[in-house]
Design a protein around this ligand. Structure first.
Ligand SMILES: C[S@@+](CC[C@H](N)C(=O)[O-])C[C@H]1O[C@@H](n2cnc3c(N)ncnc32)[C@H](O)[C@@H]1O
Length: 453
């Protein structure tokens, strides 16, 4: 097989990146937009020693699981790499991939069925659209997968309808001067309170205040408009400095029955409907009781920690973004929760403090997962259980091995589909100590042998 060869490929599986997998002359070939059961003429566009990448030239056999993607740009934009596959089959493949991944660590880990959505469209509550001027017109869209090219998009089928509507309004009303100084538009919506936040991100504020007022006039649900100054040369989207153009720098959100104040710099789960499923399951797996001291690392605006505090003795949340910690403290007050505190600190640094104690540790790190030292420090706290929430199964698998080498065994994994049509999957892992030390409470509650008679 050589580069530019055209081969016939039978697809037998799907990779975790959404590529169809086939074999040709002993080589594994990955091809975009090809499903298991399909056969296609494929042009080899990249060849390495162990695998090849192909582009489908003509599909010869079509899978019964293939559907017309709900978005015309799905194959170009790359965000929804699985939109051409029936949703229930997406869940089946994600389940299989997770089983392959986690059973390679231990066949005893129980990987449960992913919890999917009844209506898997328009679920996202946040969008970051890159903006540019193309042929004298303001254009926005999404980056093509693995590139800096922008695929122009005016409507996204996984974004909330309100975000699409306001995004289109912005594209139609931004002047060339205004758009020319911007890099991104960030939009966030709370489905529950209907409040919307718009953040203009760029190098210069070109009279954006008057645009903000026009926007609020036409869309009164916009409760907060911000200009965020970003003159960096890297890929980081938000800069440090900002100016409030309308309202406050936060919007009101809700999660289950919690009232949440949400700053534009604070993390919040992007699928609010599935977020409630995720948190409810995570708390069920944590199995908290009123004596439990809980540490929640990577606590964001405190959502999980505050829900946990209703069941536990005391919760300490640890988060590195000051705005998110400030939100968490306000959220604690808004919801009248007294048995919790939120600390602004690096999670690993906090876990390393010898005076900390925890019966249960909840962790929900970013995609890159945890550090080896952080895992070691959590294990040194000797919690009975660790509940690890992860949006990246690969780093979760790596970290579960680290935990296992320190006597914390993963019993089960509950996947929750937060990212329908994309290759992403959120997982909750329950870990327990293999050889639990009896703690003082247990010792006191077990009568001595001579008291039993
Ligand atoms: C996946 S989010 C989870 C947030 C929260 N648990 C939730 O569900 O909304 C990860 C959080 O970790 C925070 N973070 C990132 N690196 C951190 C670090 N080294 N120490 C503490 N928090 C960190 C991020 O700011 C973000 O809020």
């Amino acid at each position: 097989m050589k580069k530019n060869d055209e081969i016939e490929l039978v697809c037998t599986d799907l990779s975790d990146q959404g590529f169809g997998i086939g074999h040709h002359e002993g080589m594994t070939v990955f091809a975009d937009n090809l499903l298991p059961g399909e056969k296609a003429r494929v042009k080899v566009i990249k060849l390495s020693k162990t695998y090849a990448i192909g582009k489908v030239v003509e599909r010869l056999i079509t899978s019964k699981d293939r559907i017309e993607p709900a978005c015309a740009q799905a194959n170009r934009c790359g965000g929804c790499a699985l939109m051409h596959l029936k949703y229930d089959r997406q869940l089946d493949y994600k389940e299989k991939q997770l089983k392959d991944l986690f059973h390679a660590i231990s066949p005893e880990i129980e990987v449960l069925k992913p919890l999917g959505m009844a209506v898997p469209y328009h679920y996202r509550n946040k969008a970051q659209f890159p903006v540019r001027i193309q042929n004298g017109k303001v254009e926005g869209g999404f980056y093509r997968a693995r590139s800096n090219d922008i695929v122009p998009v005016r409507e996204c089928m996984i974004q909330s309808e309100k975000i699409n509507e306001i995004y289109q309004w912005l594209l139609d009303h931004l002047s060339l001067d205004q758009a020319g100084s911007l890099r991104h538009l960030l939009l966030r919506e709370s489905k529950k309170t209907s409040q919307v936040q718009v953040v203009f991100i760029g190098e210069k504020n070109h009279n954006l205040k008057s645009l903000a007022h026009k926007l609020v006039h036409d869309h009164p649900e916009v409760a907060s408009v911000i200009f965020n100054l970003n003159q960096r040369k890297d890929n980081v989207i938000l800069g440090d400095q900002y100016e409030v153009l309308y309202g406050q720098d936060y919007i009101a959100e809700k999660c289950l029955d919690l009232d949440i104040q949400l700053h534009f710099k604070s993390f919040f789960q992007i699928n609010p409907q599935q977020m409630e499923v995720l948190y409810s399951k995570a708390l069920e797996m944590a199995d908290l009781n009123k004596d439990d001291q809980v540490i929640e690392l990577y606590s964001g605006t405190g959502t999980i920690g505050l829900l946990a505090a209703r069941k536990a003795g005391y919760v300490t949340g640890v988060e590195i973004v000051p705005e998110a910690v400030a939100n968490a403290r306000v959220n604690q007050q808004l919801n009248g929760i007294e048995n919790a505190r939120f600390v602004c600190m690096d999670a690993s640094e906090f876990a390393a403090k010898k005076e900390n104690q925890a019966d249960v540790v909840l962790v929900d790190p970013p995609r890159k997962g945890m550090t080896r030292q952080g895992i070691e420090d959590i294990c040194a706290l000797e919690p009975k259980r660790v509940v690890y929430i992860s949006c990246n199964p690969r780093t979760l698998a790596r970290d579960l091995k680290e935990f296992a080498s320190r006597d914390y065994q993963c019993l089960k994994i509950q996947p929750v589909d937060m990212f329908a049509h994309t290759t992403g999957m959120e997982c909750i892992a329950l870990l327990v100590r293999k050889n639990p030390v009896q703690d003082d409470r247990q010792k006191e509650s077990v009568p001595a042998d001579n008291q039993l008679h």
